[in-house]
Design a protein. Structure first.
Length: 369
């Protein structure tokens, strides 16, 4: 059974995953590039290679755990947290510990192996967003669980262990410290000014324009003023909302389009980089909060987080967010091909697709070098 342990100084919780126990020699210095996969468990026709599906969006007449699906959600085969059992909160001297109860699910976004999230059609992406929402609505009924985090790892530097495009959902019995810090900071602003800091940020970015990557009816994407990483991009709803799972249909329709634009701009501008995206949303056990505003953080993995960053919490970002946003704005994403999963793309402006960061005078290393 995994265990949750609390750092008594920072209040940060750590998942100790006993069952994934490894010996020192299992941790190699570098992760080798994966060879050609003999059988990918996420491909169509390999449904028996995953645990049974929790939910799937399927073509009419197809059977569960067989082919004919467009999106499949399955439990993670090596879950960081497990759904069965009780929390059993207890002390161990000065330390707090509880059982690692939670959910760890994998969302397989397409049956096709050689497709990235960016090359899915906006309609495919909309279905992925609906699945995200459905899973949160379902899991928030479990009173032991308080927060759900949806995230995506792409590429080896992004932490992906399988090439086939997928995202993950980890639902925890405690609020992750990153969300807690955002909620605390935004509450402080709200108590002082009576407004949501994220709403203010959206207004200022739309007025200033210089950090806007893409703007749409219901959402805006921009490189944040204090970007930690080159080309870090946030997507925020323009209307205040604290919980992602309360997104209306018009919101899903528009977000599918905006996410398609942003991911294509990153793929085209940075030659399909490794990246992560994370959806930060308010905890389940609160109603609508006036001070917190859900958002997506997209983080290309172009620099290495090294000693200084780990030790200090400071990040050194070699690309000013104003320049990053300018480059991304100039990448034109041509409308999707009507055939699902295929898209015609073109680049305009001063940006070429295969220019590594170094050639543009930016180091891809962190402060270690
Ligand atoms: Zn595959
Ligand atoms: Zn707001
Ligand atoms: Zn955030």
């Amino acid at each position: 059974m995994p265990e949750l342990r609390k750092d008594p100084i920072l209040g940060r919780w750590v998942i100790i995953a006993h069952e994934r126990a490894k010996r020192p020699h299992d941790f190699k210095a570098e992760t080798p590039a994966p060879g050609p996969e003999v059988v990918c468990p996420f491909c169509q026709g390999q449904e028996d290679k995953t645990p049974p599906e929790i939910v799937a969006y399927r073509d009419f007449g197809s059977r569960p755990n067989g082919p004919g699906w467009r999106i499949r959600v399955v439990p993670n085969r090596f879950p960081a947290l497990k759904i069965e059992g009780s929390l059993n909160k207890r002390g161990d001297g000065i330390y707090d510990v509880m059982e690692g109860i939670g959910a760890h699910e994998v969302i397989i976004e397409t049956p096709s192996h050689h497709t990235s999230m960016a090359t899915l059609s906006p309609d495919n992406i909309r279905e992925v967003l609906w699945v995200y929402r459905d899973r949160l609505v379902d899991l928030k009924r479990d009173s032991r669980l308080v927060h759900g985090m949806l995230f995506k790892n792409v590429g080896i530097a992004g932490g992906a262990s399988l090439e086939h495009t997928h995202s993950q959902l980890i639902v925890t019995p405690i609020v992750p410290i990153s969300v807690w810090e955002e909620m605390t900071g935004s509450l402080e602003f709200y108590n002082y000014r009576g407004r949501c800091i994220y709403c203010d940020m959206v207004q200022q970015e739309l007025t200033a324009e210089k950090r806007i990557v893409y703007d749409s009816t219901h959402f805006t994407a921009f490189c944040p003023f204090a970007s930690r990483f080159p080309f870090e991009t946030w997507i925020l709803p323009k209307t205040h909302s604290s919980h992602f799972e309360n997104i209306p249909k018009a919101g899903v329709d528009d977000l599918g389009h905006v996410l398609h634009q942003v991911l294509n701009k990153l793929e085209l501008a940075l030659d399909s980089p490794a990246y992560n995206y994370i959806i930060h949303s308010a905890p389940f056990d609160h109603g609508e909060l006036p001070h917190y505003h859900w958002h997506i953080e997209v983080i290309p993995r172009l620099t290495k987080v090294a000693g200084f960053e780990w030790g200090s919490g400071f990040y050194i970002n070699p690309v000013p967010p104003e320049s990053a946003a300018g480059f991304l704005r100039d990448v034109e994403v041509v409308a999707a091909d009507p055939r699902p999963g295929l898209i015609d793309r073109a680049v305009t402006g001063r940006w070429l697709t295969n220019v590594p960061l170094e050639k543009m005078g930016w180091s891809s290393e962190g402060a270690s070098n």
